[in-house]
Design a protein around this ligand. Sequence first.
Ligand SMILES: Nc1ncnc2c1ncn2[C@@H]1O[C@H](COP(=O)(O)OP(=O)(O)O)[C@@H](O)[C@H]1O
Ligand SMILES: [Mg+2]
Length: 241
Amino acid sequence: MNEPLLQAIDVHKSYGRAHTLVKVLHGASLDVRREEFLAVAGSSGAGKSTLLHILGGLDTPDSGDVLYKGENIGKMWGGRLDVVRNRVFGFVFQFYHLLKEFTALENVVMPQMVRYGPVGWLAARRKTRREALDLLERLGLGERTTHRPSELSGGEQQRVAIARALAGSPEILLCDEPTGNLDARTGAGIIDLLLELNREGQTMVVVTHDQDLASMAHRKVTITEGSIESDPKAAHSPKGA
Ligand SMILES: Nc1ncnc2c1ncn2[C@@H]1O[C@H](COP(=O)(O)OP(=O)(O)O)[C@@H](O)[C@H]1O
Ligand SMILES: [Mg+2]
């Protein structure tokens, strides 16, 4: 099945108004296919984060549509949008966005607590903790589960953030410059991890100005002047191709 899982269609987005108006996206269109690793490249300020937030329902376009399996995210209301935001997408950010007061394990578990709510959590707690521990173990953090972010290296914090995103079994992992704050070697470790997850079928969109990371993807597109240009050549062929 290769119908797009997620589509942005003719998305426009500006910030500010009148003389302070910054036109960021004007006519950006993009398909995300099931199980692909799509890189979105672009220079700093090109609109990569803006596009990623719009794709994941964290921000709304001024005009244009985002479709998840053909369903218009902009026309979802209330609970439905929350469900899609929380269950379809997993976010990984450049600066990790971990909660400082909490341990690695608690950071991974927290979004699930929110997802289940107080009553559901009682039933789901044991299983969710087990899954979180397994994920941390798998990401090489088995010895770090009780550490707080300040006691972890940048690469370790990013792994916790990836574990947190994966804990909800998202259909689509959206990563915003996941190696942007890491040295080259640590960044390469994160790239390997993302590639491995993708080989297991994880669909992912990674925005980056890092050409090394972008070149690892099945498919690369570039944001230029507010719209999206496809790159003719990709380093790897898509799974199953
Ligand atoms: N909330 C905001 N208010 C005003 N301008 C913004 C806001 N967010 C982003 N911008 C501007 O939009 C442009 C694109 O930003 P962004 O999507 O963060 O780019 P990138 O992630 O590619 O570096 C930049 O010029 C940035 O300054
Ligand atoms: Mg950005």
